[in-house]
Design a protein around this ligand. Structure first.
Ligand code: MN3
Length: 206
């Protein structure tokens, strides 16, 4: 059972590049402290899992699952999140094009209405979690979903993430205080729709 330890992925932009919508302070803490902690704790849990499996220690093996789900989910979710954001100067906030644009407009009428409905769906999420625009391979439809804590969308629900927004307080509190909806309204300015559109087109072509 050999494997490579997980690492923090490289960011495609500077910490201050999403300002004024996401502050440098939030971005730096979020990436270097929060995301790093998920990666480090995942590696610790996997190291312990390796030993537990080799020792046929089933109690220990089972007890490690929640840490792997939480920290592994945190790593999956944040790695996606950084790709799904882009500074304005690199196309952040530019409306989706192609098939994703068509699908969003077909279902929600307009991009603005889609964003309003997404915000209204995600803002009331109790506690910490993520808001998602997912693709259901079964209904072949775009759907809203939210997951709690660091539950990653695809492994937990089977939906494929097209867009994921972190709504843990650490993602916005230093700038938007307790007003999660204000953060959600502003984040559309830095959504990397080009990246999201590529995921969607790839799914349709498979
Ligand atoms: Mn986070």
């Amino acid at each position: 059972m050999n494997y490579k330890e997980y690492e923090l992925p490289k960011l495609d932009f500077e910490y201050d590049a999403l300002e004024p919508f996401i502050s440098k302070e939030i971005m730096e803490l979020h990436y270097t402290k929060h995301h790093q902690a998920y990666v480090s704790n995942l590696n610790v849990a996997l190291k312990e899992l390796k030993v537990a499996v080799e020792e046929n220690n089933l109690n220990k093996t089972v007890s490690l699952q929640s840490s792997i789900k939480f920290n592994g989910g945190g790593h999956i979710n944040h790695s996606l999140f950084w790709k799904m954001l882009a500074p304005k100067s690199s196309g952040g906030g530019v409306c989706p094009q192609g098939k994703l644009k068509t699908a969003l407009e077909k279902k929600w009428g307009s991009l603005q209405n889609f964003q309003d409905k997404f915000n209204a769906f995600v803002a009331p999420l109790q506690g910490s979690g993520w808001g998602w625009l997912g693709y259901s391979p079964i209904s072949q439809n775009l759907v809203f979903h939210h997951t709690h804590n660091q539950d990653p969308l695809e492994p937990v629900t089977g939906l494929i993430p097209i867009l994921g927004i972190d709504v843990w307080e650490h993602a916005y509190y230093l700038q938007y205080k307790n007003v999660r909806l204000d953060y959600l309204k502003q984040i559309w300015n830095v959504v990397n729709w080009e990246y999201c559109s590529k995921i969607y087109e790839k799914l349709l072509n498979n």
